[in-house]
Write a protein of this length. Structure first.
Length: 111
């Protein structure tokens, strides 16, 4: 009887571990997809709306900035970001001074 209970407990633990790993992988994948959307939109927004002649080397582009650009005719894919904080979800865009283009972005999601 004790062996059967031990086997059941082990199977339950294995099942719970599998479910936990699957959940965390899906959450990480969704987060990466949202970060990618912000990254792409922020780089394009930077190219169109920010002057590279400013003295700052990093520019903060918020989700609110991107949504306002969409209202003015842009077509940034912001699906999945509806429940994110509009001012605290942002991308810091670092510029390359040799050509004035976006060099890298660091995304911060507050969803």
């Amino acid at each position: 009887m004790k062996k059967i209970i031990a086997v059941i407990v082990i199977l339950l633990l294995i099942g719970a571990a599998f479910i936990g790993v699957t959940y965390f992988q899906n959450t990480e994948k969704q987060s990466n997809e949202l970060e990618k959307k912000i990254d792409v939109a922020s780089r394009d927004y930077f190219e169109k709306y920010v002057s590279a002649n400013d003295s700052a080397n990093t520019y903060k582009i918020t989700l609110q900035d991107l949504e306002e650009a969409n209202m003015q005719g842009e077509k940034y894919d912001l699906k999945g970001l509806e429940h994110c904080d509009k001012t605290q979800t942002f991308a810091d865009v670092t510029i390359d001074y040799t050509n004035g283009k976006a060099k890298k972005t660091q995304v911060e999601l507050k969803c």
